[in-house]
Design a protein around this ligand. Structure first.
Ligand SMILES: Nc1ncnc2c1ncn2[C@@H]1O[C@H](COP(=O)(O)OP(=O)(O)OP(=O)(O)O)[C@@H](O)[C@H]1O
Ligand SMILES: [Mg+2]
Length: 230
């Protein structure tokens, strides 16, 4: 089976001034295409750093990251942003919706950036809005939405260009149990349609919904025993 993610001996340290902070230490793992993985671990253990490396938002200090068969290390910034736009959907903890765009236009934005326009975009946006249950919120602006609704917009936007991989940092972190369940159900559907998902979570209930769980501890990765067996 092909691997959507291959991480080989990745380390990452941040250097600011004279201070060096080790964030990841010799991390290796792979994820088969179509499967889902939760990353857990204490605050400061390197979870967000790892997710950023997987999404090509930052570069490792050592080692290699490949996504969908493409090694990210050698890509220029321009190539990386094109690769992200076409292959990866991001869901961040604080949504990062564009406050000046309504729900419809927020979801359309990644498609416009990919050079798409016209009826195909409208159709896809409407389909996504329906999928996340926001039909009657399409012309609302982010400031007029609840946290759960904003997160659903963020998920719809992440799916806009039919990514192979969804990367999510605490996608349910700011949500109550019902809204979290809503997002998890959408993730289940995405997963069933063959999209791979990697999500950071602090919540064991959330982690157990994923095919694999790995734990970061002081920048090192360890497999986590899982209660769910699938
Ligand atoms: N830009 C940066 N410059 C310097 N150090 C950084 C930078 N970003 C992260 N770090 C450090 O790297 C380590 C890992 O940070 P990271 O954000 O990956 O942790 P995390 O597991 O996501 O934590 P949390 O659960 O609190 O979000 C931390 O010690 C952090 O202080
Ligand atoms: Mg983090």
């Amino acid at each position: 089976m092909s691997q959507i993610i291959e991480v080989k001996k990745v380390s990452k340290s941040y250097l600011d001034g004279k201070r060096k902070t080790g964030a990841l230490d010799d991390v290796s793992f792979s994820l088969p295409a179509g499967e889902s993985m939760a990353i857990i671990g204490p605050s400061g253990s390197g979870k967000t750093t790892l997710l950023h490396l997987l999404g090509g938002l930052d570069k490792p200090s050592a080692g290699n990251v490949s996504v969908n068969g493409q090694e990210l290390t050698g890509l220029s910034d321009k190539e990386l942003s094109m690769f992200r736009n076409q292959t990866i959907g991001f869901v961040f903890q604080f949504f990062y919706l564009n406050e000046y765009l309504n729900v419809f236009h927020n979801i359309a934005l990644p498609m416009w950036l990919a050079g798409k326009s016209g009826g195909a975009v409208d159709q896809r946006v409407n389909q996504l809005i329906e999928r996340v249950g926001l039909i009657d919120r399409a012309t609302h602006f982010p400031s007029q939405l609840s946290g759960g609704e904003m997160q659903r917009v963020a998920v719809a936007r992440a799916l806009a260009n039919e990514p192979k991989l969804i990367l999510a940092d605490e996608p349910t972190g700011n949500l109550d149990r019902d809204n979290a369940e809503n997002i998890l159900q959408i993730f289940d559907e995405i997963s069933d349609s063959g999209v791979s998902i990697v999500a950071i979570t602090h919540d064991k209930y959330v982690a157990d919904r994923f095919d694999h769980v790995v734990k970061l501890n002081k920048g090192r990765l360890q497999p986590e025993a899982k209660s769910k067996t699938t």
